[in-house]
Design a binder for this molecule. Structure first.
Ligand code: SAM
Length: 229
């Protein structure tokens, strides 16, 4: 069962990408973090940004346009191929990795200005999240910024829970749009995040959500921004 939950989400996403999953635009909270925190609050000079679970590269493409050097990894080979095509002059910066990869080996220590993981870490167990956080801390320069989202218990996905497996809730979707999909989600309460993302010092712990279809519900996610002090 442990092996099943460890690889389930990665394999599920590869299947989805092969069917055309993915989007070309950064979500608005990514742009707001960049403008309100990285630029306005921290006056950060662009450097290397690493995106853990970068998908087809929409968020990295945005940061490339803002002067950053994009790096990223994803368990989906299909998504990484699309990333390379989207940013051909940085094609060697995108890695198809395993569920719990050695990122420090890829990037080296104190090389990054920003580490981000948007809508990915809740597909990992607590143990694997901790490994990612520890490596992010090593890879960031002092003063570097860590950005991560986690799924809140207020997200409508919680209504689809059919069981519990370790750190994960098993979801079997019955809603019309997602019917038949199974996901394993590691939900978190807001007050669990500072210790989950320690040793990063919290700068902001906010949230974002949309509610587009009435029969689904709000998509509430926590948004943690921390700094390597
Ligand atoms: C909801 S998508 C988010 C993609 C991208 N971060 C974005 O914001 O558009 C989740 C992504 O996490 C990737 N993923 C799932 N498990 C992963 C893991 N253990 N390591 C790296 N990527 C993973 C999936 O392949 C998928 O690209």
């Amino acid at each position: 069962m442990e092996t099943f939950t460890k690889t389930y989400n990665a394999e599920d996403y590869e299947t989805r990408y092969k069917k055309g999953y993915g989007h070309a635009y950064p979500e608005s909270h990514i742009i707001r973090i960049h403008r309100q925190i990285l630029e306005w609050e921290l006056n950060l000079s662009p450097g290397k940004i690493f995106d853990f679970g970068c998908g087809t590269g929409a968020n990295l493409g945005y940061f490339l346009n803002q002067g950053y050097q994009p790096y990223g990894c994803d368990t989906s080979a299909t998504a990484i191929e699309q990333c390379k095509k989207y940013m051909p002059s940085h094609a060697n910066n995108f890695y198809n990795t395993e569920v719990s990869p050695n990122l420090v080996q890829l990037m080296g220590e104190e090389s990054l200005t920003v580490f981000m993981s948007n809508q990915v870490l809740y597909f990992l167990s607590d143990e694997d999240i901790k490994k990612v956080v520890e490596q992010a801390y090593k890879m960031l320069k002092p003063g570097g910024v860590f950005i991560a989202s986690m799924m809140s218990y207020a997200c409508w996905y919680i209504r689809q829970v059919s069981g519990v497996v370790g750190d994960f809730k098993e979801l079997k979707f019955t809603s019309p749009r997602e019917k038949g999909i199974t996901s394993m989600i590691n939900f978190k309460h807001k007050d669990e995040l500072p210790s989950l993302f320690s040793p990063f010092k919290k700068l902001h712990l906010g949230s974002y959500a949309n509610h587009i279809r009435e029969e689904e519900g709000p998509t509430e996610h926590w948004l943690f921004v921390g700094i390597k002090a």
